[in-house]
Design a protein around this ligand. Structure first.
Ligand code: IPE
Ligand code: IPE
Ligand code: MG
Length: 256
């Protein structure tokens, strides 16, 4: 009896597994500060948490993981920190891509990569090419990404099509705009996680988060581990997503 109900619970949990998890990895600086270390030590430790969460998502069968690595506003940081972050980015790609590829992970980058130096840009291009056929987990890295930039570039593309005479202004609707935003080919995020205690979106996937379940934790990113992901997934599994309908409608749908 107990066994049966446990099985039913885990089945329900599986069915309520997000297909796409999007994370704001925040709190690296504070993690370091608490240890009287330079902020950079927190970023370095944060890479370990990235490795852990990629593994954890893959082993649970979550199809897509999107990580905010560097926002379009993070250029405002002291140039020393920005430089160290770029070095870490290059170093991490050089070191990790082969392993990710072996593990069946497909890598994608979103954001305006033209601002990065050419070496980093070519590492990003190579990583995408090399892993393009992998199907176990799609790992999207948002780098020099901003949700407003994403919407603006989508609008620009539509405007170009209008200029070219392929489309009329009156044809533009939410569906068409959505198709031009980043990662339009992937399912929208089901679960958003932000570590570090702040409860804000910080110009992350503004368009794509319209119906995403939001989860905030005080844990600092370098401390985020499998158990922390499990907590977030449990919270997600317990929520009723109504998408504008009534709770009764959703329950009826689930029974059918
Ligand atoms: C997130 O950690 C990493 C990046 C923005 C690159 P922070 O560096 O923002 O850490 P806190 O918020 O200062 O603790
Ligand atoms: C958001 O964190 C960006 C990343 C995690 C890459 P920030 O630390 O930059 O966000 P704010 O400035 O506190 O909103
Ligand atoms: Mg921060």
């Amino acid at each position: 009896m107990v066994q049966e109900s446990l099985q039913a619970d885990s089945l329900a949990a599986q069915q309520r597994l997000p297909r796409h998890v999007a994370i704001i990895m925040d709190g690296n600086g504070r993690w370091a500060k608490r240890r009287s270390l330079p902020r950079f030590a927190g970023h370095r430790e944060g890479v370990k948490a990235v490795r852990r969460v990629v593994e954890a998502c893959k082993s649970r069968g979550i199809g897509t993981l999107t990580l905010f690595a560097f926002s379009s506003e993070n250029w405002r940081r002291p140039s020393m920190e920005v430089g160290l972050l770029m070095d870490l980015f290059v170093h991490t790609l050089q070191k990790e891509v082969r392993r990710l590829h072996r593990n069946g992970v497909r890598l994608r980058f979103i954001g305006d990569r033209s601002a990065f130096d050419l070496k980093l840009q070519s590492l990003m291009d190579d990583a995408e090419r090399q892993t393009a056929a992998n199907t176990d987990l799609t790992l999207v890295i948002a780098a020099n990404y901003g949700g407003r930039w994403d919407m603006a570039q989508a609008a620009r593309r539509l405007a170009q099509r209008v200029e070219a005479g392929e489309l009329r202004a009156g044809d533009i609707d939410a569906e068409r705009l959505a198709q031009e935003t980043c990662i339009a080919d992937l399912p929208e995020p089901d679960l958003f996680i932000r570590t570090g205690g702040e409860q804000r979106i910080s110009n992350y996937l503004l368009w794509q988060l319209a119906y995403t379940e939001l989860y905030f934790t005080d844990l600092l990113w370098p401390d985020f581990d499998d158990a922390a992901l499990e907590d977030a997934l449990r919270s997600f599994a317990g929520r009723q997503r109504r998408f504008g309908r009534t709770g009764e409608q959703v329950e009826q749908n689930e029974r059918a």
